[in-house]
Design a protein around this ligand. Structure first.
Ligand code: G3H
Length: 478
């Protein structure tokens, strides 16, 4: 029930205008919380946790799992609505929106299984120095969860679901784009869990989140978004060293193509890696380093493959490039291209950078060099910078001096140069992909980053551990 103010949600999947732009289309509206209402939602989470004495944090693991299974059943009933809203709100194509929904359901079941394993291991007793110990995992308190627009369901749930399952109570703020799709699921939360366990707030983050953080009542901040926002939110907490942060943030994942790489594999993986969902993935390959001896050959194959990607509306069969949900993104991307051109780089694929009917044609820019925006900026969109290098040390120096540290990809055939790169790389980023694109999945693999890219680890088991603490009941043997 809501009788307060609402805000209208416009989709960029609107009506094409004669000047090539798009007239946004109204797809719905959602409530705008006032700071007072955000605090009421927070207080509901605080009351439900009740300093660890609430119904939820004291419920058995089996009880919590039963509630979660009820929730998934209700979630499945909403699949069609959620997928349709995802296409409209963020422009993700039908296949990928459906995949995001299904992946999230699988993620929930995998997390339930992993919790059963953790619980089984924890219920064993051990005796040391005459003390019988039962080690168990316990909740941390109230979690503020904020998800991103690019995976509004899946990534929001990769923090929400493990936090809930570990007995915490939650306040979650829906993303700016991808808010409406949470609506059909709120009722499922409300009717599957005890009162106050899952609370949501809608509205502008800059208005509704600061009072929540400043209250000092949030025990865990989990955000998938930018490091700038994470820093700001952490600063708002009155006792930063009492706050646990689980964050997945900016990234500039780099791929290196060694001189002996199989170029067909490199092209296929870099295409998917850099341009799936218009390059709007934290794990996207955001810069490609091609050895100077093969850079032209690589581009001869890569540039036409990029130009051949199908542009269109998200529900069109086989469409790969769709409208960008962020209004100012086209100007920003065009600016990065102009900046690179001013430094001597060029767009090397047909039609790259063209904008018509609300669709931005992906651009491959070469040769990108230090000093250009595309060299360091996380462009988070369909522009692929390519660098020519002579020595792998240049690539390693780039990663050392970069402020990010999420993933890297290495393409090559001979195992020795690849093996020589793995150790230095794995200590600079958190996942090295061999002859494969950067990506988060499988979801059971650890997902994290170094420097400005992350804090804490997500995935299935790692997330359950991140959102809980190891405690123990110790009884003296008599
Ligand atoms: O945007 C960041 C996501 O974690 C990317 O996930 O690699 O499965 O597309 P993905």
């Amino acid at each position: 029930q809501w009788d307060g103010p609402t805000t209208e949600v416009y989709s960029q999947i609107g009506t094409p205008q004669p000047d090539g732009s798009i007239k946004p289309r109204l797809v719905g509206s959602f409530p705008v919380c006032t700071p007072t209402e955000a605090m009421e939602a927070l207080d509901a989470a605080v009351a439900a946790y009740d300093n660890g004495r609430g119904e939820w944090p004291t419920m058995s693991v089996a009880g919590r799992i039963a509630c979660m299974e009820t929730f998934v059943g209700k979630m499945l009933e909403q699949k069609q609505r959620v997928v349709a809203l995802m296409m409209w709100e963020i422009g993700k194509n039908l296949a990928d929106s459906t995949k995001e929904f299904d992946r999230t359901v699988k993620y929930i079941y995998d997390t339930i299984d992993s919790l059963k394993d953790i619980d089984r291991a924890g219920s064993r007793f051990r005796v040391e120095e005459g003390i019988i110990g039962q080690i168990r995992r316990a909740p941390l308190g109230v979690v503020l969860a904020m998800g991103p627009f690019n995976y509004p369901l899946n990534e929001t749930y990769t923090t929400l679901i493990p936090s809930i399952l570990m007995g915490n109570t939650i306040l979650f703020k829906t993303p700016k784009h991808g808010s409406l799709l949470h609506y059909p699921l709120l009722e499922a939360f409300r009717t599957s869990f005890p009162k106050g366990v899952v609370n949501s707030i809608y509205g502008r983050g800059a208005v509704v989140v600061p009072p929540v953080m400043q209250s000092g009542k949030v025990n865990v901040l989990t955000l998938i978004g930018s490091s700038k926002v994470a820093d700001e939110l952490q600063r708002q907490h009155p006792k930063l060293n009492r706050l646990r942060s689980i964050l997945s943030l900016d990234a500039k994942n780099a791929a290196i193509i060694l001189p002996d790489a199989d170029l067909d594999i490199a092209v296929k993986e870099c295409l998917l890696g850099s341009l799936s969902f218009n390059g709007q993935r934290c794990t996207a390959i955001k810069i490609i380093w091609a050895h100077r001896s093969i850079a032209d050959k690589f581009l001869e194959k890569f540039a036409p493959a990029v130009s051949a990607l199908k542009l269109g509306m998200p529900w069109t069969d086989g469409v790969q490039i769709t409208p960008l949900p962020e209004l100012n993104k086209v100007d920003y991307l065009t600016d990065t291209i102009r900046d690179a051109e001013a430094g001597g780089a060029k767009i090397v694929n047909d039609g790259g950078g063209d904008y018509a009917g609300g669709l931005f044609k992906p651009a491959v820019v070469y040769p990108v060099k230090d000093g250009m925006k595309l060299y360091r900026d996380e462009q988070f969109g369909p522009v692929v910078p390519v660098v020519a290098y002579d020595d792998v040390e240049e690539f390693i120096d780039y990663l050392i001096t970069d402020s990010h540290g999420m993933q890297a990809s290495v393409f090559g055939t001979d195992t020795k140069p690849i093996a020589d790169l793995i150790d230095p790389l794995v200590n600079l980023v958190c996942r090295v992909n061999i002859n494969a694109q950067c990506q988060r999945g499988p979801d059971t693999f650890p997902f994290t980053g170094r420097k400005d890219s992350a804090e804490g680890t997500l995935s299935v088991e790692d997330a359950l551990r991140s959102f809980s603490i190891r405690t123990c009941v110790a009884t003296k043997e008599t």
